[in-house]
Design a protein around this ligand. Sequence first.
Ligand code: FE
Length: 207
Amino acid sequence: MAEDHHEHHHHDDQSPAAIRVKALESLLIEKGIVSTDAIDAVVETYENDIGPMNGARVVAHAWVDPDYRARLLTDGTGAIAELGFWGSQGAEIVVLENTRTVQNMVVCTLCSCYPWPVLGLPPTWYKSAAYRSRAVLEPRQVLREMGLDLEESVEVRVWDSTAETRYMVLPERPAGTEKMNEDELVALVSRDSMVGVARVREPAAVR
Ligand code: FE
């Protein structure tokens, strides 16, 4: 895409997600980049549904399988590929673990680098100049505005993505989910929690 001037295309990574993304890219280019409601709807789907569902699966699997979680935190790209997700815009994915005391938050100050295989296309706010600059300068304030009011004791770590290294956050598993199975957990995990601008809400708050 035009603004991702430093992206690299790899022709050896044709996962289903990569093929879908390629098809979408072609469509956008052919149509002159997002000018109709129909294309907006497609983009929205990639932003909110198809893409983040892959990441949600990764997170839920890590929550129920400690060995997988350990692999995910030491070799994000490899552990994510174990579940069948890889491809364009995801050559090197580093996974950051959020805890009660550490909130990792992801930005691309240069443009809009984002881990497509797990999160799909970046949302509009992620690409905005305001988020890209303010996430670094005043992350707590940005998080507060996005609805996450952190206690002072929580350390905020901001990670700047590049075309080579993209980040995904492993959010903390919320209380009250001890009896939930992996599929039920997948449904809880939001896109924003994997960018590090939200926490996963307790099930009672979701219903
Ligand atoms: Fe970028």
